[in-house]
Design a binder for this molecule. Structure first.
Ligand code: IPM
Ligand code: MG
Length: 352
């Protein structure tokens, strides 16, 4: 197959981790007889420096014309003082909204090889950690009006029934393909938007009688994720709650550097990115963990290109490298062999 992938290297460690992911894609193309072409897209701080805009229209257009988008990470200290709507992160939000990718899928799965890197007690980890957070990605407080007037700042959190219903369906469909347990997370004891959220989830539940729906308040959920993560199969939640809970969930699996994500909307053109940030403190040092980005590529192959064998081949290679005891600094533990970013890429490619 022929696929055109828009590539956003971004800022900080973005370029180095994306480089390894592209090499993995090239290896996949060679092994399975595909042709992948790459179109570079400027987004984030580097786009501010070059174009004075974190995502110029022409760059967004390249993404919309692609078969899918691969993103490293954006942002950094250097752009912390630019105006809110010109920040690097704004480019990312415009990209998500422009692509209409309302459904963000963030797996929290512990690799057996990394069980020791989890900060949780052994007896909790042993019960298993394998759940998915389905996060609404293009609504809520991120996209409501933001304004500052004098000494008062306001951010609006708004959801319509339609927005809740379409992400709710993804939650139910995702659970249906797994262990059929969906936990809807909100703050319905305080927020109107959460009461609407809960109501819509329960009316959808009638269409999915095979899926067991439960409700959980977000503060309790934050606690349950560390207390008993084995109880979760699929969590569905709004944009900001999902942002926060997915960082927490990633940490209990050992390292945020391991977690990929997919974002999809109405078409097969998806946005694939690791969930971690641009880590400017270690940028350019060849020590970052490229696995989250490499696994994002596997998700792209699986969900957007319908190439499950290709995706398996990458995921198995990652597992084999971990089996052999190779670790980047973030997941390093006693008795393992420490490698850098490009060496980790080499090892994964060699196992493919
Ligand atoms: C994430 C990030 C982004 C978000 C930032 C960089 C805007 O934290 O993808 O989780 O909040 O969505
Ligand atoms: Mg986040």
């Amino acid at each position: 197959m022929n696929k055109n992938i828009a590539v956003i290297r971004g800022d900080g460690i973005g370029p180095e981790i994306v480089e390894q992911a592209l090499r993995v894609l090239e290896k996949t193309a060679e092994k399975f007889g595909h042709t992948f072409s790459f179109t570079d897209v400027d987004m984030g701080g580097c786009a501010i420096d070059k174009w004075g805009n974190p995502l110029p229209e022409a760059e967004l257009q390249k993404c919309l014309e692609s078969d899918s988008v691969l993103l490293g990470a954006v942002g950094g200290e250097k752009w912390n003082n630019v105006a809110g709507d010109m920040r690097p992160e704004k480019g990312l939000l415009r990209l998500r909204a422009g692509m209409g990718v309302y459904s963000n899928n963030r797996p929290a799965k512990i690799w057996k090889q990394l069980a020791e890197a989890s900060p949780l007690k052994k007896e909790i980890v042993e019960k298993g950690i394998d759940f998915i957070i389905v996060r609404e990605l293009i609504g809520g407080i991120y996209f409501g009006e933001h304004k500052t007037a004098g000494n008062v700042a306001t951010d609006i959190l708004q959801y319509s029934e339609e927005e809740i219903e379409r992400i709710g369906r993804i939650g139910f469909e995702t659970a249906r393909k797994r262990n059929k347990k969906l936990c809807s997370v909100e703050k319905s004891n305080v927020l109107d938007s959460s009461r609407l959220w809960k109501k819509v989830m329960h009316s959808l539940a009638e269409e999915y009688p095979d899926v067991e729906l439960s409700d959980m308040l977000v503060d309790n959920c934050a606690m349950q994720i560390v207390k008993n993560p084995a109880q979760f199969d699929v969590i569905v939640t709004e944009n900001m709650f999902g942002d926060i809970l997915s960082d927490e969930a990633s940490m209990i699996t050992g390292s945020i550097g391991m977690i990929p994500s997919s974002s999809l909307g109405a078409t097969s053109c998806g946005l694939y990115e690791p969930i971690h940030g641009s880590a400017p403190d270690i940028a350019g040092m060849d020590v970052a963990n490229p696995i989250g980005t490499i696994l994002s590529v596997a998700m792209m192959l699986r969900f957007s290109f319908d190439m499950p064998n290709e995706a398996d081949s990458i995921e198995n290679a990652v597992s084999a490298v971990l089996d052999d005891g190779f670790r980047t600094a973030d997941i390093m533990s006693d008795g393992c062999k420490k490698v850098g970013c490009s060496e980790m890429g080499n090892l994964i490619i060699s196992r493919m």
